[in-house]
Design a protein around this ligand. Structure first.
Ligand SMILES: N[C@@H](CCC[C@H](N)C(=O)O)C(=O)O
Length: 291
């Protein structure tokens, strides 16, 4: 009989992942599990898979690994980090309201905003943004060289390349609703300028001062929100003089607030995290039995 795994589906601003507690279940092939389980009709349906684990170091409390729907592993996930905070606290795994989470992009600190034993929102210290001129790292606050113009579908797309652990190319536009995100996003994700592929954000400053953002995620396609993408968008807006150091990013599935701290250059993201449902699912073919 195939082994079954208990999973929890959660969403942060509509960015939905399957969460597995690897203290209880071993997933030997998470790339395959992400591909099979993320499918909407034959799987659970999600933007990918997130593994929550233990750490063996005093500097961190728990670990996170994130796999996109195509099975590729990413360095970091902003929306999932908030959901992990809620998961750990509301399932009684920790009583801490400040949690240090080890990711492939370093340790991120989560601050849980709790009322009546419920996590209402989570603020994540996302560390410093890094700016690249495609292949070349150009520092963390270099305003002169950031605008890069790429061509897709016969059109020029000027944007800013920001790494929040994950790579993001942020394009500001005045015609957000007219852009074919799936087509242009897919072309730019695979553009030769990005040997490791890229997440693509399309953004517009709205009359209410918020930034409306839609995203094509590397490895998952169109999603309803992207936390690292929202941070990258706020950074690009500040660097290009469109906004100050604080922005509200409106995405299809909800809003997050981003603050870029002048004193330590860190980005702080605050936003929602919600449970959707839980269940059990068989490991995909080829997985050894779980412990
Ligand atoms: N949705 C995430 C980012 C997930 C990884 C990304 N698709 C990548 O491959 O870099 C977020 O909320 O940050």
């Amino acid at each position: 009989m195939k082994a079954k795994v208990h999973f929890t589906k959660m969403q942060g601003a509509g960015n939905d992942y399957i969460y597995v507690n690897t203290l209880l279940y071993n997933i030997a092939n998470p790339e395959e599990a992400a591909r099979v389980w993320s499918k909407p009709h034959t799987g659970i349906g999600s933007d990918g898979l997130v593994l929550i684990g233990e750490v063996d170091m005093p500097e961190a409390d728990y670990s996170m690994r994130i796999f996109n729907a195509d099975g590729s592993e990413a360095m970091m996930c902003g929306n999932a980090s908030r959901c992990i905070g809620k998961y750990l606290y509301e399932k009684g795994i920790t009583h801490k309201t400040d949690i240090r989470l080890l990711t492939k992009s370093g340790i991120k600190t989560l601050h849980l905003n709790v009322a009546h034993e419920r996590v209402c929102s989570v603020t994540v210290d996302m560390s410093e943004p890094k700016l690249y001129n495609t292949r070349q790292f150009i520092g963390s606050d270099n305003r002169s060289e950031q605008l890069i113009t790429l061509t897709a579908d016969g059109e020029d797309w000027p944007g800013t390349f920001v790494s929040m652990g994950n790579p993001h190319f942020v394009i500001f536009t005045e015609k957000l609703n007219q852009i074919d995100i799936a087509r242009i996003g897919n072309i730019l994700e695979h553009h030769e300028a990005f040997p490791e592929r890229c997440n693509i954000e399309f953004a517009q400053v709205m009359d209410n001062g918020h930034i409306r953002m839609r995203v094509w995620e590397r490895g998952s396609g169109i999603t309803m929100a992207c936390g690292t993408g929202a941070c990258a968008t706020a950074v690009a807006a500040a660097l290009t003089g469109r906004k100050g150091r604080e922005s509200v990013i409106e995405m299809d599935g909800g809003n997050v607030t981003i603050k870029w701290d002048e004193t330590n250059n860190h980005i702080y993201m605050t936003g929602p995290a919600e449970f959707v449902f839980e269940g059990e699912i068989e490991l995909p073919d080829g997985e050894p039995p779980t412990n």
